[in-house]
Design a protein around this ligand. Structure first.
Ligand code: ADP
Length: 583
């Protein structure tokens, strides 16, 4: 009797016992009516409580799900383990993916079913157990996205192309939109990839980006991530947020059409530098980016950052090697002429001394003068070569400071340009001389670079005006041209290495001259600035301290005034110089 009571008590408490089981359990009769479900089973069927499903046909309960195979392909209902068990199959098992109609919220379960035979077949029951493996499947999916993305990133150093493919991998399994923006050194980020499964939306996004570039929008998540280097996760992007981020009414409408319901923006980082950002956008509210998605996106950001960094290093190395080879080729070619002159005049003088009956002092003087100026040219070429390699390595050059007349120096440099430019260059001297303690050879190179650019970036017959004067304690030289000018957005950047303005692409150049000039002038405690109007012309201004020169902190050598040598052509191989060459 006591045992019977125990059994009855136990039976009564069975639902409660099953509610403590993590797996979902349901019991169906032969007609497909749900006879029992534990709490987990009811949840998996989309209900809050067991009472909501018990007594209802299972087809109705499952009606708001798409029943899919593990990989997302449609699954025939007779393949469901419950149906197969009813068909007499012993404990069938399958991984089933359930998707709420019209959403992308998928859940995966391992489903096992067993037929409990009754006295008659009408009394048969099927017990089904659902083991929820969604977390496992999600992490598998993330790993596969990550490994596919890594494989793509490792395939090529053309990172714009690889990032475009990586963006494709994230869509639509991870997000509706995947956008990648990358910033070249010191520039605004530009869009390198946009992925969406609908080509029409892609074209529309393109147009939106062209009209309202996100880099120009300080309230965009991109800007914040680029500045802070930290991810932004907006689980819900409200209409007010879209309105606040829109630049105008039309932009607001466009953003609404793009549909940004939640967003995740992570930095692309490498060696502590933020190189760009990857944005994942959900436009259906059907996905919730969770902490695992944030971690995955951040990992993608790190891998993409490392790939960009590696590609840039390879590119920089290749460029450096190419530039060095070109430079060495040009320099060795340029050295031939003065070397031939030195050797020729030396032989002439030698022969004259050996054979002439009377010494022609005037001829000898001319020949020795030519030997000396050829040697000067060689010195300049060799110094250029050394400076280029020091500046490329980010080091300062050893300066040879000596009293120098800027007017004389500018006149000589212009004279060297006359051969190529005829009378295009005019010189206005406000006061003469303009003297200071500068490195004449390096200064001449800076002026030469400014004249060369003025010639390159303006029409052949356009005048170039050079002015030399003083302004308070400063010596000032300006070079003005009437050429293509510089776009305002590029003005600050033309002094950075390898940077070339957008409108300079049709003109040969390396983007190195101004970087070197800027560094040299700063080493002489001066400044170099530019003012320009696009399509009208540019004025470059070099200012140098006139008298008591306070040298910049970097390696600076004050050379002894050289006897016999013209100040413009100091000897870089002098002991004072080599002793202070930066390591
Ligand atoms: P390069 O001329 O070899 O490209 P520079 O370092 O001398 O390199 O100049 C950097 C960039 O600045 C050029 O590519 C060009 O875009 C711009 N620039 C320099 N000088 C001028 C000028 N006088 N007029 C227009 N653009 C100029």
């Amino acid at each position: 009797m006591a045992r019977g009571t125990d059994a009855m008590l136990l039976q009564e408490r069975l639902p409660e016992i099953f509610d403590g089981v993590a797996d979902g359990v349901s019991v169906l009769d032969r007609t497909g009516i749900v006879r029992f479900a534990n709490a987990a089973g009811a949840r998996l069927m989309g209900a809050e409580r067991a009472e909501d499903v018990i007594g209802r046909p299972s087809a109705e309960v499952l009606g708001h799900f798409d029943v899919l195979a593990e990989d997302g392909s449609p699954m025939a209902l007779d393949q469901l383990p419950t149906r197969r068990a009813l068909g007499g199959e012993a404990t069938p098992e399958a991984v089933v993916r359930f998707r709420i109609h019209g959403t992308l919220k998928d859940r995966w379960s391992i489903v096992r079913a067993r037929l409990l035979r009754g006295a008659t077949s009408a009394d048969d029951l099927v017990v089904t157990a659902f083991q929820d493996i969604t977390a496992l499947k999600r992490s598998e999916l993330r790993l596969s996205i990550l490994s596919e993305a890594s494989a793509i990133l490792g395939q090529s150093t053309d990172y714009e192309a690889t990032l475009a493919r990586v963006a494709q991998v994230a869509v639509p399994s991870l997000a509706d939109w995947c956008v990648v923006d990358v910033a070249e050194s010191g520039r605004e980020p530009h869009r390198v990839a946009v992925a969406h499964s609908d080509p029409e939306m892609l074209a529309f996004a393109d147009e939106v980006q062209r009209r309202w570039p996100s880099s120009a929008n300080p309230s965009s998540g991109l800007d914040q991530v680029m500045r802070s280097g930290r991810s932004i996760h907006l689980p819900e992007v409200t209409d007010e947020m879209v309105r606040a981020g829109a630049l105008d009414d039309e932009h607001y409408e466009a953003l609404r059409r793009l549909g940004i319901r939640s967003a995740l923006v992570v930095p692309l980082v490498a060696r502590g530098q933020v190189l760009g950002a990857l944005s994942l956008i959900d436009s259906t509210s059907q996905r919730d980016f969770d902490d695992d998605d944030v971690a995955l996106a951040e990992e993608l950001g790190r891998r993409a950052g490392a790939a960009i960094d590696a590609a840039r290093l390879v590119h920089e190395r290749e460029t450096a090697v190419r530039e060095r080879d070109e430079f060495v080729a040009v320099a060795s070619h340029d050295m031939r002429t003065p070397l031939a002159a030195i050797s020729g005049y030396a032989q002439l003088a030698h022969r004259h001394l050996a054979t002439a009956e009377e010494m022609d002092r005037a001829a000898l003087d001319r020949w020795i003068g030519d030997i000396s100026s050829s040697a000067d040219r060689l010195t300049r070429l060799v110094t250029n070569l050394m400076d280029a390699s020091l500046l490329r390595g980010g080091r300062s050059v050893p300066l040879y400071l000596q009293p120098t007349d800027l007017v004389q120096l500018v006149k000589e440099t212009i004279a060297e340009h006359r051969g190529t430019t005829g009378d295009r260059i005019s010189l206005e001297v406000e006061v003469e001389p303009v003297t200071g303690k500068w490195d004449p050879m390096r200064l001449a190179r800076v002026v030469d670079n400014l004249l060369g650019n003025a010639e390159k970036y303006s029409p052949e017959d356009a005048p170039i005006e050079v002015r030399v004067g003083t302004d308070g304690g400063w010596a000032v030289v300006t070079v003005t041209d009437h050429g293509i000018g510089i776009p305002p957005g590029d003005l600050r950047r033309i002094f950075t290495r390898n940077y070339r303005a957008r409108n300079a692409r049709g003109v040969a150049g390396t983007g190195l001259g101004l970087t070197g000039s800027d560094r040299l002038i700063r080493q002489m405690a001066g400044t170099i600035d530019v003012r320009s109007r696009l399509g009208e012309g540019s004025t470059f201004t070099v200012r140098l301290p006139l008298a008591a020169h306070v040298p910049a902190a970097d390696a600076t050598v004050e050379a002894e005034p050289q006897r016999g040598a013209r100040p413009m052509h100091a000897d870089p191989a002098s002991p004072a110089a080599s002793a202070d060459l930066p390591a």
